[in-house]
Design a protein around this ligand. Structure first.
Ligand code: TTP
Length: 400
């Protein structure tokens, strides 16, 4: 059986992290989100993939190429414009067999669930996950082992089973996709297609996900996923650790990386290749540092994702933050990650203040940002790619 992975969306809610890459290529514990899905599907026995690409498609193709490195074969189809999930699936027509699975490229799921899904005897099956905040999801109502209704983000949900973005289809789906009109947000959505099928009396089955499932839509979801994945990181060292550096717990160190004296690292932490860490820095749990990163003297960093080729050279604090590629922190740059009143941190996403449901959240920084000395960054601030700050500047909420 083949799997279709939907990876054409930009991930507008992730801006500015998606300024040079699609959402599915954002790193969690130093690997793109989509790689976890691919690996789960491969463990479930799937060897052939169709990846639907669009926004920044080259980034995906350059990384996965023909898939051989993963023991799989990957074909790419283009969705010219992100016109919706059903429209994305339609691009795979002619590239799949009679039965196939579809996976959103921006979530994580276990191979066990995929193995169970593949075994289903129904032609159309949705994966559902019990969630605490059903109003944020497409909610599935059920009766007698069948789906009866799909309601997008209901104000008063009748169930807490969310559509997990993982489906089993047969070729009939293309016929119903071609009948699907654009939704109120102008997209040809697979949930609208499924509603048409329900109205026509077709049976849609569902399968509950009993293991971990993560939907990664907003920047802080990356931090939540990073924490969960790093909890299973393997302790390994392919670099050099100077004799007076201290490593506690599980720390993974990549090839060509040097950990200098006085560095104090408490795992779970992953550090990529060719990094220069220390002397005298403090790296705390749940931190993922990409390749060619410099973390210098008197820098403390915790629970953060730092992407490739970024320098945090001296006297800085970075907590609960996501830092893009090629950034440079001036000496003394500090990131606030906790409000005085301890309330949840809100972030402005597409012009709206959204509760991140996190008490601790620092900065979401795009690529190639340069902060000048003594820059102070407030909680939940977004800094657009390519921005520079003035010495002593205080950055609040949004810098574009
Ligand atoms: P969404 O999260 O609904 O959309 P998005 O990735 O564009 O993100 P945002 O809402 O922040 O702009 O997409 C779910 C999955 O489907 C995701 O893996 C991207 C993929 N997708 C496509 O491949 N084509 C599309 O036209 C759309 C809308 C999504």
């Amino acid at each position: 059986m083949k799997a279709v992975i939907l990876a054409a969306g930009e991930g507008t809610r992730m801006r500015p992290l998606t300024s040079s890459r699609p959402k599915v290529m954002l790193p969690v514990a130093n690997k793109p989100i989509i790689e976890y899905i691919l690996e789960s599907a491969i463990s479930a026995g799937i060897e052939q993939f169709v990846i639907v690409t669009g926004y920044c498609s080259q980034v995906i193709e350059d990384y996965f190429r023909d898939g051989k490195k993963w023991g799989a074969s990957i074909e790419y189809v283009q969705q010219e414009k992100a016109r919706g999930t059903a429209h994305a699936i339609e691009q795979a027509k002619g590239h799949v067999d009679a039965r196939f699975i579809v996976l959103n490229g921006d979530m994580m799921v276990s191979s066990k669930h995929l193995r169970d899904l593949i075994k289903s005897d129904k032609d159309t099956v949705l994966s559902v996950k019990r969630v605490e905040n059903p109003s944020d999801y497409g909610i599935i109502n059920i009766d007698n082992n069948l789906v009866t209704e799909i309601v997008e983000k209901p104000e008063k949900p009748d169930s807490n089973l969310a559509n997990a973005g993982i489906y089993l289809f047969d070729e009939k789906i293309f016929q119903y996709i071609s009948m699907t009109p654009p939704s109120s947000r102008g997209e040809i959505e697979i949930t609208s297609t499924l509603e048409i099928m329900l109205n026509k009396g077709l049976e849609i089955g569902y399968r509950k996900i009993n293991e971990n499932w993560m939907d990664i839509g907003r920047p802080w979801d990356l931090l939540n996923a990073n924490e969960i994945i790093l909890d299973h990181v393997k302790e390994q060292c392919h670099g050099t650790v100077e004799p007076n550096a201290t490593l506690h717990g599980r720390v993974s160190i990549g090839k060509g990386t040097i950990i200098r004296n006085g560095a104090y690292i408490v795992g779970p932490v992953i550090i990529g290749e060719n990094c220069d860490i220390g002397p005298n820095c403090y790296i705390r749990p749940h931190t993922a540092i990409g390749n060619r990163v410099r973390i210098g003297n008197a820098v403390e960093i915790k629970n953060s994702i730092v992407m490739d080729s970024t320098n945090i050279g001296h006297l800085s604090y970075v907590g609960d933050s996501i830092i893009g590629t090629g950034c440079n922190f001036g000496a003394g740059t500090k990131v606030a990650n906790l409000r005085h009143d301890g309330k949840n941190i809100k972030v402005t996403i597409k012009g709206q203040k959204i509760d991140s449901r996190r008490r601790k959240l620092g900065v979401i920084m795009g690529d190639n940002v340069h902060t000048a000395i003594n820059t102070s960054i407030n909680t939940g601030t977004i800094i657009a790619s390519g921005q520079w700050t003035e010495p002593g500047e205080v950055v609040r909420f949004l810098k574009e």
